[in-house]
Design a binder for this molecule. Structure first.
Ligand code: F0G
Length: 380
């Protein structure tokens, strides 16, 4: 007899709120159920009385939040008889698609921008046996090609335009509400295609409605995947705040950006697929969009790693970088509760981390004396 019920992934955990049947074969790697870590040191460092939590999505099986969507998308693709999936990706979607396809025994084709994805992500796509197609273009070119190819070949698209993806990803909001006992006042996310911010809003809306269902406006986002309609709002919902990298910030420009660029390669996207939905999320929730410079993103990634022991990839640090800016200006007032999603693990992009690291790295003789000296010289 086990001491407690074995956790077997988010579809089993939330199956009454997800589009699966009793006999659906679930393709899972035990995703979801990620830690919500309260920041103990950073509020003191910035001198503000705020309750900040980070939802550490980097602890999903392939190291990013994409696993939440991919378990749903691949489960449904297999249920519908698909033998192959395809995606364009800045790296994390391809890693997740490759892993879940391997688990399901089907083929994954992944289109990635040549030279612009982090090493860890490339290693994952290759290791899981997907067919990696590097294109001499950016993510937006890849997305266009994937849509065109899927019209002519028997492949299922598993980018977030696949509505099952958002259904899986909404469960992160469920976990947060269950853990805090209420929704936070603000939920901050990095925004690329804007699928994840939309998915979280669907989740919060469903959770807060009287029947456990979603609200009418947000219904438009689920493409008929939710089971219910209507429902009065009984619980609180957060203001949704989306932060972009300054070089890839179409939501700030109010228009698509043709040549996006940022050190946060995961969100190097100029033509977001969930453009209309994300504007609705902002308006409905009373939130906003803002942007962070690459320098702010990297400084926040380091701040978090050095002061809280949490290592996320650059794109993920955008949520906290933006939140800290808004806390400093008072736009997010003191006394607020804030959740920042850390979308991917820091190990995804070791090159960027090592390049910006300033921690002392000493090389000494293998003797007690030299090691002792190195320690005594660096005692703080
Ligand atoms: N953070 C990380 C680490 C990501 O990989 C992504 C998206 C985002 C944030 C943005 O999420 O697109 O839902 O607004 N990565 C996609 C990919 C595009 O291909 O892995 P979004």
């Amino acid at each position: 007899m086990p001491f407690r019920e074995r956790y077997t992934g988010l579809i089993n955990r939330y199956r009454d709120r997800l589009p699966v049947h009793d006999d659906t074969r679930i393709i899972s790697l035990g995703e979801g159920n990620t830690p919500l870590i309260r920041l103990n040191n950073i509020p003191g460092i910035i001198g503000k009385d705020v309750d900040i939590y980070v939802k550490y999505e980097g602890l999903n099986p392939t190291g990013s939040f994409k696993d939440r969507g991919m378990t749903m998308a691949v489960t449904k693709a297999v249920e519908e008889g698909s033998r192959a999936i395809i995606c364009a990706s800045t790296g994390n979607t391809s890693a997740a698609a490759a892993a879940y396809a391997a688990r399901a025994g089907i083929t994954a084709f992944v289109l990635i921008p040549e030279g612009k994805i982090a090493m860890g992500k490339l290693a994952q796509a290759m290791m899981h046996g997907s067919v990696v197609i590097q294109i001499k273009g950016n993510f937006d070119d890849g997305m266009r090609l994937v849509k065109e190819v899927a019209e002519e070949a028997p492949v299922t698209i598993v980018n977030s335009i696949n509505p099952y993806r958002l259904q899986g990803q909404k469960t992160a909001a469920f976990e947060i509400v269950e853990e805090l006992g209420r929704a936070p006042d603000y939920h901050c996310l990095p925004v690329g295609n804007a699928g994840n911010i939309t998915a979280h809003w669907i989740g919060y809306c469903e959770y807060s409605s009287a029947s456990g269902d979603h609200v009418t406006e947000a219904c438009a986002f689920c493409h008929g995947q939710c089971r219910y309609a209507g429902g009065a709002i009984v619980g609180n919902r957060p203001k949704m705040v989306g932060y972009q990298a300054a070089g890839s910030a179409p939501f700030m420009r109010g228009a698509m950006v043709d040549n996006p660029d940022t050190v946060a390669t995961a969100i190097r996207i100029g033509h977001p697929q969930s453009w209309d939905m994300a504007w609705k999320v902002k308006d409905e929730s009373g939130g906003w969009f803002d942007e962070c410079s690459d320098a702010e993103i990297l400084a926040t990634q380091k701040l978090l790693a050095e002061n809280e022991g949490v290592f996320c990839e650059p794109a993920s640090a955008t949520s906290l970088a933006g939140a800290l800016n808004d806390i400093n200006t008072g736009k997010i007032p003191e006394g607020s509760s804030i959740v920042c999603t850390l979308t991917g693990h820091g190990l995804k992009d070791p090159d960027t981390a090592i390049k910006q690291s300033t921690a002392p790295m000493l090389t000494v003789e293998a003797t007690l004396d030299s090691v002792k000296t190195a320690i005594l010289d660096n005692m703080s």
